[in-house]
Design a protein around this ligand. Sequence first.
Ligand code: 0X9
Ligand code: CA
Ligand code: CA
Ligand code: CA
Ligand code: ZN
Length: 422
Amino acid sequence: MHITRRVLGAGAGVTAAVLVLVTGWQAGAAEEQVPGQGLYQVRGADTAVERTDVSRTGVDVLGVREGAMEVVAGPAQAAALRAQGFTVSLLGDWAAMLDARGGGVARAADFPAGDEGYHTYEEMVAALRSAASAHPAITAVSSIGSTYEGRDLPVIKISDNAAADEDEPEVLFTCNMHAREHLTTEMCLHIVDRFTSGYGTDDGVTANVDAKEIWVVPSQNPDGAEFDISGGEYQGWRKNRQPGDDGTVGTDLNRNFSYKWGCCGGSSGSPSAETYRGPSAASAPEVRAVQSFVDSRVVGGVQQIKGHIDFHTYSELVLWPFGFTHDTVTEGMTQEEYDRFTSVGEEMAASNGYTPDQSSGLYITDGDITDWMWGQHKVLSYCFEMYPSGGGVEGFYPPDEDIAPQTTRNDGAVDILLSNAT
Ligand code: 0X9
Ligand code: CA
Ligand code: CA
Ligand code: CA
Ligand code: ZN
């Protein structure tokens, strides 16, 4: 589900040239390849080990469904996968598919035409401010730091007596670590809306707000998210916007966390890769901000945050640590702890219809947030891959009509996480 960047930065001329060149590809081109990035289906990667092999070729894995992977790959990568024995079939030209999804000219200040129901960075900040001004007693908005480009990373705290640091279990929800996973920003904003506007009327909401301190970070990567919607069409962007050593832009924030960073072949050392881990652990300002915020919740030697969900898209999965190893029980994870992850994970998955698994069951990653949250702080931490279960380019850009049903769908899972955060 990570992805190779669409080569758009060079300007519209490049896209036009690709479109001209690809007109021949449908007409039975021998190897089924496009000159630029193609969306491919890969068959034969039936085990996590094989899927990790696929991922390590540097292709952008969009999703895994019923034994088939959907990946975005260049011609050489497609050829390499075939050489490794996988069955690779072309589904379409990636740039052309993104163009088709763009929906034409859009208002520069918002999402592409038809998707304005999604929140831009500015709209997200405004939504937090208005929730706070409508419910001042139970909210506090602040910032956990700033991005590479200098944007604030807002966090909202929701609790009774929000201004005070009370002795209540704390819970963290984080979203939009990957730029193009915009549905997750809406997930965090839905959590904010539910636990503020439902206070005093919904008994379950009221009990949670009274008994817990809920922290919500709606976007961990606003630079990337704004870039992804710049120019009125989607860019298919994943990483942050920080240049690497060679000038290529972007670190994969979900490979940059400090626990077992770069340990295990679950990330790339090459700045141009979609899973570039950065030059050192926590080299990305966004990751430093999240880590120092969580570090700051150690009060009197005790981590106050007891539960966490990091929302991603897509594939409809509930994932838990560790991602760096296939082992269930290892240094930092006892059988009892693993069983707890499994049972809460399965309960949440039963509530939203997602598939539960240890994250390495998908593929190996190192330096991801849930490994760090658990490995460093022993926080019950999950990665949700939201709607849809599959779907190529559409997968990252569901129409805004999907926001309400697909965020509400996780209400039960969020409540289960809260009740287990003790
Ligand atoms: O690769 C990722 O960072 C996550 N998937 S995404 O498509 N949203 O990029 C999954 C991270 C979960 N960890 C492992 N699968 N090990
Ligand atoms: Ca909007
Ligand atoms: Ca409180
Ligand atoms: Ca507290
Ligand atoms: Zn993601």
